[in-house]
Design a protein around this ligand. Structure first.
Ligand SMILES: *[C@@H]1O[C@H](CO)[C@@H](O)[C@H](O)[C@H]1NC(C)=O
Length: 183
């Protein structure tokens, strides 16, 4: 009889281990992390600083910004459309909203604090955040994805930004983002 009870206890413990459940205390339970998902996203980011309806506007600058070749100290607020293709008229999939500013004196290095929110498909309503330096003159630069919301809760990852088109005269740019997210 005692043996039977012991065996049942053993089986229950095994089953608990199997589903990754550990009952250490009532107020704090933990579940084993399930399978992680890796998502790859590709979209085009349209940053327009020129014209009568720019998508990024300068909101602050330092006394030295005007004499700096990198516009050191300038801070912009952006609400940039994200599209499926490089054509600005292609399908809108989301928006990149937030701040970027010139944080580098020797070359154009933008510190990005931006939220990328999706409005289409499976990731509609979900977002991720990028916080890092964007060495804008490099053809490809890597930036960290710090976390997200919705489908991207607890996400981590990185974005590879490729300049698709850049107008030196105005500063307008179209950038292809290739984002790898684990969530
Ligand atoms: C996107 O990034 C992934 C992972 O870094 C890479 O394997 C893939 O080739 C890239 N795709 C494009 C179109 O750049």
């Amino acid at each position: 009889m005692a043996n039977k009870a012991l065996i049942i206890c053993f089986i229950v413990a095994l089953m608990a281990a199997e589903i990754g459940f550990s009952a250490s205390a009532l107020w704090a339970t933990s579940t084993k992390a399930g399978k992680e998902t890796t998502t790859n996203l590709k979209f085009y980011f349209h940053d327009t600083v020129s014209g009568s309806s720019p998508s990024a506007v300068r909101i602050a600058q330092a006394p030295v910004t005007g004499s700096s070749k990198t516009l050191f100290g300038a801070v912009l607020m952006a609400d940039d459309p994200l599209t499926e293709g490089p054509d600005p008229k292609s399908k809108l999939v989301g928006r990149a909203q937030g701040l970027y500013g010139s944080a580098c004196q020797s070359e154009l290095g933008l510190i990005m604090a931006m939220n990328y929110q999706f409005t289409e498909g499976e990731y509609k309503g979900s977002s991720f955040s990028i916080l890092g330096l964007n060495q804008a003159m490099d053809p490809v630069r890597e930036m960290p994805v710090v976390t997200g919301t919705g489908r991207f809760r607890m996400a981590r990852g990185y974005a590879l930004a490729h300049t698709h088109w850049f107008d030196k005269a105005t500063g307008d740019a179209i950038v292809m983002y290739n984002v790898t997210i684990i969530h």
